[in-house]
Design a protein around this ligand. Sequence first.
Ligand SMILES: CC(C)(COP(=O)(O)OP(=O)(O)OC[C@H]1O[C@@H](n2cnc3c(N)ncnc32)[C@H](O)[C@@H]1OP(=O)(O)O)[C@@H](O)C(=O)NCCC(=O)NCCS
Length: 216
Amino acid sequence: MIVKLGLQTSGYRIPVIILPCQGRDTGSIPVTRSKNIVDRIFYMTEVNVRDANVNDAEGIATVHVKMWQQAYRGQIPDSFLDSMSVEDRTEGWKKELEHPYENTFAYVADIDNVVAGWVTGGVNRDSDLHETSIAELYGIYVLPGYTNLGIGSKLMEKLFQNLKDSGYKQATLWVLDTNEKTRKWYESKGWRIEGKTKSEKRDGFDLNEVRYIRDL
Ligand SMILES: CC(C)(COP(=O)(O)OP(=O)(O)OC[C@H]1O[C@@H](n2cnc3c(N)ncnc32)[C@H](O)[C@@H]1OP(=O)(O)O)[C@@H](O)C(=O)NCCC(=O)NCCS
C-alpha cells in the first residue's frame, strides 16, 4: 500500500510525501482527517468495501444516526432526530446482521477499521412490483466528514455487482421527497423517478418518499 501525505488548498490536493507501507492496496481514497490547521493535511488511504458482519453493528449504527441527524435536519422534526440513539440502533443492527433475511446484502466501507459508510439491498419489499428481476437498494449512508470522496459510489457499485450476479436486472429505492441533495446524487448515478410515491406515519410526522428506478 502507498500512503500519500499532502496539502489541500482551494479544492486542490497536492501530494507532498509518498510513503510505501505494508498492507494490501484495495483502492485508495483521499481522506481529510482533521478539522483545524491540520485540516489541510490529508492522506490517501485504503478503503476496503467488504461484507458487513455483526462486529460492524456499532459502526453502522453510528453512521446511520450521525448521517440522519445531519442530512435530515430541517426535513424531519428535531425532536425525532435528537432522540435517535447509537446504542438502540446498534442492538437493531446486531439482530439484522446475526439473522439476515434471505437474498439481502449488507456492505461496509472500512477505512482503518472505521465504518465510513454502508449500503444494504436485495429482494424488493414493495408488494406492487411483481417483476422478480427488480431488486431494491434499502439504504446507503456515508459518515459525515467522509462524503464526496467516492465512498458512496464504491458501495453502490459493490451492491450492484452482487445484485447482477444474483440475476437482477433493475433496482428501485425510496428517498425522502425533500432530500434534494441526495436525489441529485442518485440522478447523477443514473437513477430516474419511477412515479410511485408513499407517505408513512412516524411519531407525529409524515415521511413522504419518492420511488426511483435504475437498470443494473
Ligand atoms: C448520498 C451519499 C450516500 C453519497 O455518498 P458519497 O460518498 O458522498 O458520494 P460519492 O463521493 O461517491 O459521490 C461522488 C460523485 O458524486 C458527485 N456528487 C456528490 N454530491 C452530488 C450531488 N448532490 N449532486 C450531483 N452530484 C453529486 C460528486 O461530484 C462525484 O462525482 P464524480 O464521481 O463524477 O467525481 C452520502 O452523501 C450520504 O450519506 N448522504 C446522506 C444520506 C442520504 O441521503 N442517504 C440516502 C438515503 S435514501
